[in-house]
Design a protein around this ligand. Structure first.
Ligand SMILES: [Zn+2]
Length: 179
């Protein structure tokens, strides 16, 4: 995972258009959650509706905290408690194993959905207490609301990585200049 790639922020970004009347839900069912976790390097054994609910609860708690950090306001204490509670629970770091054919490699036994969510909560704690905290930035597109880590140095990026946000805003700015 690169420096500015935080799975906790990627989870937050599974809601698109937060500030619209019809936000986009990118985790519509448990199957989508499982696939999403797999893409982010967390293979899980199984995933049910309760796990999906738990993931969404964690997502909104993380969102509350990173948004608070990005906008310099106090966070909702309930969200702080929720993320801390999960981050404190045991998460599994895969052990290394060795065999003749492959040498050393990580033993990727699938996690439970719960363990995967604990790892994401831990990632949020690391993000919010690490050097990237001060670079947390809320996407400036007025419909988006997602939070990302702006690159250090130079002019910080104003929009999230969603190509639609940057494009829409650039088109708008272009029209405004023409007017
Ligand atoms: Zn955006």
């Amino acid at each position: 995972m690169a420096n500015t790639e935080h799975i906790s922020l990627n989870l937050v970004a599974t809601v698109g258009g937060r500030f619209t009347e019809a936000p986009i839900e990118r985790l519509p069912d448990a199957r989508a959650l499982r696939a999403w976790l797999g893409i982010h390097g967390l293979e899980i054994e199984a995933c049910g509706d309760a796990d999906l609910e738990a993931a969404k609860t964690l997502r909104e708690a993380v969102y509350e905290l990173v948004e608070a950090a990005a906008t310099n306001r106090a966070p909702d204490p309930a969200a702080l408690t929720a993320v801390n509670a999960r981050a404190a629970r045991p998460s599994v770091r895969p052990p290394m194993v060795w065999d003749k054919r492959n040498g050393f490699f990580l033993d990727r036994t699938p996690l439970s959905a719960d363990q995967a969510l604990n790892l994401i909560a831990r990632d949020a704690v690391d993000l919010l207490t690490g050097p990237e905290r001060d670079r947390l930035h809320q996407c400036e597109a007025d419909t988006c609301g997602t939070v990302f880590v702006a690159s250090g140095g130079g002019r910080p990026r104003r929009w999230c990585s969603s190509s639609s946000c940057g494009n829409r805003e650039r088109v708008r700015a272009h029209r405004a200049t023409k007017r």
